[in-house]
Design a protein around this ligand. Structure first.
Ligand code: FDA
Length: 391
């Protein structure tokens, strides 16, 4: 039976970073993955260009039951460290917006970088290698499609539940539960909302139209675009809000963020008293959205005839339009899984479990969920590096 210093289950972002770090420290490392190739989510990320980090990554861009947990790992392997690595590999990149860094070419550049770093550390990577049995002990024993192995340190980097067709499984979460570690109930996040039929009937034909909004939900707010879809609402603002949404709760949208509607109406009605509100709104919103809001929620009258209560209603329905999603599109389209292995079970410095020495959980399987914009990969790099330095 072959023995390794470190075995990592999951050849995704966190697992490969951990493997390269440990291998380059002289550890004998094996990475196993049940999929037919490594880094599948990296390849599909960022529309194929991988938003690999964010210039502004910091603890405030993450959600976790313990908002301090990620600080140590993020501080010890920062976005600047990953950017330096990208530059060392000569990978061209650009900032798209708000600090989001993307490859100029393809996401496969990032997978190539990770594999090159693994090679430099002498890491063995095995794909199509399912784990059929696992005993956490000293040494740990794992049985795989390629035979049995033992190791001193076992790292679980099997990611979250999103996009099962890309190889996502509940392996890490189920293992944690089996070993008596607390797992916080998961759900899909960074995911489009679905709407109840009645509301969808009023909005579905706006599918494809995007509006700049401020979305508020669960104490968080995001000023970005919302996109009408055939099933509900998507776009960055809605994906971000979904991370803070709990089933049954409402989401509030400001469809005219930063605009003083009352002042705008007052100014316009001096010169255009007969102008209908929907036509004025058409200067600030896509015309079809303005028409739809005036057909269902906002009094559409000539500006001169808008009463105080009409204006109050318009402000309420445009600055604080509140709806209850029927749900989300779920793991089939979600970018990430919210919650996971409770951080109270782990060392924030090394990601090692407190109850099982030599067992580590890193990446998305842990209860640390980043905002949209490259923060989730930065957590994968940082947590992978933290464990890779410790094993
Ligand atoms: P990851 O999912 O990368 O890797 C887990 C690995 O474990 C996989 O290779 C899987 O095959 C393997 N595995 C699972 N179960 C196993 C088992 N039972 N046995 C063996 N192996 C197993 N983030 C970001 O920052 N910027 C972006 O642009 C995007 N874009 C994006 C697009 C889409 C469509 C999705 C779905 C997600 C993103 N993300 C993102 C999120 C990002 O992809 C995610 O947070 C990281 O990949 C998480 O890294 P991990 O290594 O934890 O899991």
């Amino acid at each position: 039976m072959s023995h390794y210093d470190v075995i990592i289950i999951g050849a995704g972002a966190a697992g490969l970073m951990c493997a390269a770090t440990a291998g380059q420290r002289g550890r004998r490392v094996l990475v196993v993955d049940h999929a037919n190739k490594v880094g599948k989510k990296i390849l599909m990320s960022g529309g194929g260009r991988c938003n690999f980090t964010n210039l502004h990554t910091g603890p405030e861009h993450f959600r976790s039951a313990n908002p301090h947990f990620m600080k140590s790992a993020l501080a010890r392997y920062t976005q600047w460290d990953f950017i330096a690595l990208v530059e060392r590999h000569g990978i061209p990149y650009h900032e798209k917006k708000d600090g989001q860094l993307f490859c100029d070419r393809k996401a496969r550049d990032i997978v190539g970088l990770l594999l090159a770093e693994c090679r430099e550390g002498g890491v063995e990577v095995r794909t199509k290698c399912p784990v059929t049995n696992l005993e956490v002990d000293a040494p740990h024993r794992i049985t795989t499609g390629l035979g049995p192995f033992t190791c001193d340190a076992l790292v679980i980097a099997t990611g979250g539940l999103s996009i099962p067709r890309m190889g996502a499984t509940g392996f890490g979460l189920e293992l944690a539960e089996r070993l008596g570690l607390r797992v916080l109930p998961t759900r899909a996040a960074l995911v489009p909302f679905t709407l109840p039929d009645k509301l969808l009937g009023k909005l579905a034909d706006l599918a494809g139209i995007s509006v700049a909004v401020e979305a508020r939900c669960g104490g968080a707010s995001f000023r970005e675009a919302a996109l009408f879809t055939h099933r509900g609402l998507s776009g960055p603002a809605m994906l971000q809000a979904s991370t803070y949404w709990e089933p049954g709760e409402a989401v509030t949208l400001d469809l005219l963020p930063g605009l003083d509607l009352r002042e705008t109406v007052e100014a316009a009605r001096r010169n255009h008293p007969h102008l209908h509100l929907k036509n004025l709104l058409g200067d600030f919103l896509p015309k079809r959205v303005a028409q739809r809001w005036c057909a269902h929620w906002v009094p559409d009258k000539p500006l001169a005839r808008l009463s105080e209560s009409d204006l109050e209603k318009a402000e309420e329905r445009l600055h604080r339009w509140t709806f209850k999603p029927s749900g989300t599109e779920g793991y089939a389209t979600a970018e990430v899984t919210l919650r996971g292995v409770d951080t109270a079970e782990l060392s924030s410095k090394t990601l090692e479990t407190k109850r099982h020495p030599g067992l580590y959980f890193i990446g998305e399987v842990v209860d640390v969920t980043g905002h949209l914009g490259g923060h989730n990969f930065q957590w994968a790099w940082a947590s992978g590096h933290a464990a890779g330095t410790a094993v």
